[in-house]
Design a protein around this ligand. Structure first.
Ligand SMILES: [Cu+2]
Length: 200
């Protein structure tokens, strides 16, 4: 299996032609065309816009050493999520979610160091919520990292209409040892979901 960045490049090439016909080039109103899914007046190219590709660069939180990449393909109300990560605690389960805010299209972001409001040197699940918001889509079944701390994951989900502005959301991976005890909730990596085939 090709690695995700090679697949991402191939998918970008395959979909770049759609950029010329897409009518939702204004990402400030990302959901406008999706809201007209069922409208007879919908622009001719809406059927193309229903297939969008997103990339996520996962970067470490809490000094975890975790990094990775995810690819999300949106097809109507379905998403296919492919995710690879390394540096995870080996042979432990790692929760992974799409986090975001559903109210007012508020943008979800990865938490900065200042999110550690209790000053214990770690950003807890709860301390991160003001930044990344609650769980919108649990990316189940949560994978077990292999003996090298790697996860190679793919699954499909139906998503609610309110989640389809995917670029307003982030992916968060969880779980590492803290003071000798495995904390399955602590955030260990985060990445903003970005539209791949934009402005090409
Ligand atoms: Cu989460």
């Amino acid at each position: 299996m090709k690695n995700l960045s090679q697949r991402a490049t191939a998918i970008a090439a395959a979909f770049s032609i759609f950029a010329f016909t897409a009518c939702d080039s204004n990402e400030a109103t990302p959901d406008a065309t999706l809201q007209s899914d069922n409208s007879q007046a919908a622009h001719q190219s809406n059927s193309m816009n229903l297939h969008k590709t997103y990339t996520v660069e996962l970067m470490e939180l809490n000094g975890s050493g975790v990094s990775g990449m995810a690819l999300i393909e949106l097809m109507g109300s379905e998403i296919e999520v492919s995710l690879e990560a390394t540096g995870l605690t080996p042979e432990m389960e790692h929760m992974q979610h799409i986090h975001g805010f559903i109210e007012n299209n508020k943008n979800s972001v990865c938490p900065p160091p200042s999110a550690d409001t209790n000053g214990d040197g770690l950003i807890s699940l709860v301390e991160g919520i003001p930044f990344y918001g609650p769980v919108l889509v649990p990316l189940t079944p949560y994978p077990m990292a292999d003996v090298t701390g790697m996860v190679d994951f793919m699954n499909q989900y139906s998503i609610d209409r309110t989640v389809r502005s995917l670029q307003n959301n982030v992916i968060v991976l969880h779980g590492m040892y803290v003071d000798g005890v495995y904390d399955p909730t602590i955030p260990v990596a985060c990445g903003q979901i970005k539209v791949m085939n934009q402005g090409k």
